[in-house]
Design a protein around this ligand. Structure first.
Ligand SMILES: Cc1cc2nc3c(=O)[nH]c(=O)nc-3n(C[C@H](O)[C@H](O)[C@H](O)COP(=O)(O)O)c2cc1C
Length: 212
């Protein structure tokens, strides 16, 4: 099938893109409003974009019910200039999903999900204590695009539980961290437990040897 994106509805575009650009890592973002009230929500339009400087990006749409009002995460980040990306792993995936419920503002999704917090090292916004790794970020730029925005964050500190770090690299012991990825919506996720395949990078010399 072929789809003309100029003719497609927003819902069709969304379903096609999230179905094809998958699996996606999930950023469970903690942010604070000006009064210091904490907010948590998951975002899978998420990746790193450069390492020098260390920049990650997150796509945050407007609220589904109000076309011109950004989601709380985006509003908080604009106002405070900082946030924390908590890495979503298998053991906290169900709780992460609770944080995506559109609760009224007076309800705290972290409490409801059963998460607790721990202080960050550099930013004021705390990380989620149950997450095994977190990226502390300062807003670099927010690019407003249509009814959405891409938030670029500069990573200013990283927390990883000791047991998931091989100090030799330092490498992340990704085979043990069990990160999960979001797939095509419909509540579909992938586990990474026992799912690794090794495909080592080849030098030109190695590639030529293989052809011989
Ligand atoms: C796994 C997962 C990934 C999500 N990814 C995104 C995303 O990339 N962008 C977005 O705008 N909403 C995304 N959502 C929906 C938001 O999490 C949801 O709208 C949330 O209520 C926003 O909360 P906030 O208003 O407190 O920021 C996702 C939901 C789930 C469950």
């Amino acid at each position: 099938m072929k789809f003309d994106m100029e003719q497609a509805s927003h819902s069709e575009v969304y379903k096609l893109l999230i179905g094809l650009i998958a699996p996606r890592p999930i950023a469970l973002i903690t942010s604070m409003d000006k009064e210091g009230r904490l907010n948590a929500a998951p975002f899978s339009a998420f990746n790193y974009f450069c390492t020098d400087p260390p920049i990650i990006g997150v796509g945050v749409a407007n609220r589904p019910d109000q076309a011109f009002v950004p989601k709380d995460t985006a509003r908080n980040i604009r106002r405070t200039g900082e946030f924390v990306v908590n890495i979503v792993t298998e053991d906290i995936a169900e709780k992460m999903n609770i944080c995506a419920v559109d609760f009224p503002p007076e309800m705290n999704e972290l409490d409801i999900a059963g998460f607790t917090t721990a202080p960050s090292v550099v930013v004021k916004t705390p990380r989620i204590a149950e997450a095994h790794a977190a990226l502390e970020c300062r807003e670099h730029t927010t690019l407003e695009i249509g009814r959405s925005r891409i938030i670029l964050g500069r990573v200013v500190a990283i927390y990883v539980e000791d047991r998931y770090v091989d100090p030799a690299g330092p490498y992340i012991k990704a085979e043990e961290l069990h990160a999960v990825g979001r797939m095509n919506g419909l509540g579909n996720y992938v586990r990474t437990r026992d799912a690794f395949v090794k495909i080592p990078r080849l030098s030109y010399e190695e590639w030529k040897k293989r052809q011989a």
